[in-house]
Every structure is written in C-alpha cells, then in structure tokens.
Design a protein. Structure first.
Length: 311
C-alpha cells in the first residue's frame, strides 16, 4: 500500500504599517496595511485520509492551538476538497515556528500552505486566483500568506495590491511570553477612540495609507522605512502588555533602527541596518536572556517544497 505525501511552506508577515479604520456594522474594521513576508516559515505536510485531522510539532509550544474543526489548516483542506470534489479527507502535520497569537500570521501561513499542498495532493488544478478566493474566506491575512513578497492590503487587509520592492531587509524578531487576542486588541483600540470622541464623531476614523513606508520599500531604504513605520494597534497592545514597552526601548537602545509591534502583537520586530547589525542585535538580546530571531524579507509566499509516494 502506498500513499502520497505533499509538503509546502508559507512565511510569517510583518506589518510595516497598519492603519485601522472605525468599527463597521459587520464587526470588522477597514484597514490600510503594508505587508512584508519574512523568512520565518510554517511547514505543512499533507496526505490523503478518510477524514480531516491535524497534528503539530516544531520549535514553539503548540498547546494552545485548536486541533478540531476551528483549526485554519483543517478549514483550508476542507475548502479545497469542496472546490475540487475530493471525496476523502487529509491528514495534516504542521511544523510550527511562527509565534502563536503573536501578530505574525502563523495560523494564516498554516492555512495558505495547506491550500497549495492539498491542491497538489488531489491534483485539484485550482488556479492562483481560485486559491486566493478560498484564502479570503478563511481569514484576512491568508491571501497575503499565499502571495508573499510586499503588498498593500485594504478592506479587511485581504484586498491586495502587490508592491515593487528593492533589496533584502534584515529584521530581528522578539517573541513575547504570552499571547494577545486580535479581537481584544481591536476592542481596546475602539474603546480608547470612543473615550476621546463624542457620540456624533464615532465611526468616522479612516485608515491612513503610509505612502512613505511604501516608498521606502520600493527604494530599499531601511532608514526611510525606520522613520515611517507605524501601527495603530501598537498603543492598545502596549496597554494590554506593558512589558513590551521595555522590549522596544531595549532593542532600539542596542542598535536597531526602529522597533514596532507586529500586527496585533505581542511579537516585536526590529529593523536593522544590515546583516551584521541584525546578528549583533540577536547576540545582544541573548546576552540579556531574551530569545530573538534574525529574519530577512521580502520572501515568496506559500509554495510546494516536496512531493513523494511512501510505501
């Protein structure tokens, strides 16, 4: 008896800027964000099975990840099966390296890698546009996990416009102990805005497009990017997890050009001048007994890394 095994990977993301609009009637917010895919990957392996299941391992604690039907990878596999008429299920193994609930799109990367892997497993023949449509139904960050590179995201963040970019940028990521719920961070932002505005002024905040940040990416100018990075969710994330303030200050004091909370946090991302500076910053954090990872970007989105038949 033989079975086919397909492997794929998808990258984490950093929001180099993130503007958040007012709360909409559907419970979401209009966003304007600059996505950058970086070289921290989720690895997924799929094989045909009678039903859908997922197992986890990797370099991080995965105990908080749901293994049932709410798992994004299972939902992604079911979406491909429904789209192509596959009658069986899929056994999914995820090797996780992206911080969980860390603002870097780890769950979205799992889903994106599963989409391309199952498309290959079942010879579904779904086009990139068809996969992107499935991705948008799964979550706002999943389409970018598919495409990778650099992109402007609008709407919920799922309406993507690929952006030109030059060169490779070096970042140091510092995951925090603990997690931040994205809905909770958004709620904290709304609560703060409402406390500052009168009733008649509510729901009029428009997301801001950071032209400077996108220009910096196009030019590959790390100093310009350091001056123009911004995240509307950073203030509420810092309020919910105050110790991140010290992490950001420490990283910049030790030589980073700039630090920012990635997405809804709590991972802190530090932009560095070059590879040498990034390696040194990782060492400096290590000397402070703080775990840090050097990554580069932009990198490509979800892709197949291997397929074979096991006997």
């Amino acid at each position: 008896m033989t079975d086919r095994v397909v492997r794929a990977k998808a990258p984490a993301k950093i929001n180099v800027f993130l503007g958040v609009g007012s709360l909409r009637s559907d419970g979401y917010h209009d966003l304007s964000t600059g996505f950058l895919a970086v070289s921290l990957f989720e690895h997924v392996e799929v094989r045909a099975a009678d039903d859908f299941s997922v197992t986890l391992d990797g370099s991080i604690d995965t105990s908080s990840v749901p293994l049932g039907e709410s798992n994004l990878a299972i939902r992604a596999a079911r979406a491909v099966a429904e789209a192509c008429g596959a009658t069986g299920g899929a056994r999914i193994r995820i090797e996780k390296h992206v911080p969980i609930a860390g603002g870097m799109g780890g769950g979205s990367a799992d889903a994106a890698a599963t989409l391309v892997a199952c498309n290959e497993l079942w010879n579904a023949g779904l086009s990139r546009d068809e996969l992107l449509a499935l991705a948008a139904d799964l979550g706002a960050d999943v389409p970018f996990s598919l495409t990778g590179g650099v992109a402007m995201g609008t709407g919920r963040g799922d309406q993507l416009s690929p952006a030109l970019h030059r060169g490779k940028m070096h970042w140091v990521l510092v995951p925090a102990d603990g997690e931040l719920s994205t809905p909770v961070v958004f709620h904290e932002l709304d609560k703060h805005r409402w406390s500052q505005q009168g009733e008649l002024e509510r729901n009029v905040t428009q997301p801001i497009v950071s032209v400077g940040a996108m220009q910096a990416l196009r030019l590959g100018d790390v100093r310009m990017l350091a001056e123009t990075m911004h995240n509307d969710l950073q203030a509420p994330a810092l309020k919910l997890m105050p110790r991140l303030v010290g992490t950001l200050e420490l990283g910049e004091r030790m030589g980073a050009l700039a630090g920012i909370v990635s997405g809804s946090g709590p991972t802190c991302a530090f932009l560095c001048e070059d590879e040498e500076s990034a390696v040194q910053l990782v060492q400096d954090f290590c000397d402070q007994s703080i775990r840090a990872v050097h990554v580069t970007g932009p990198v490509a989105g979800a892709k197949i890394t291997g397929a074979k038949v096991r006997s």
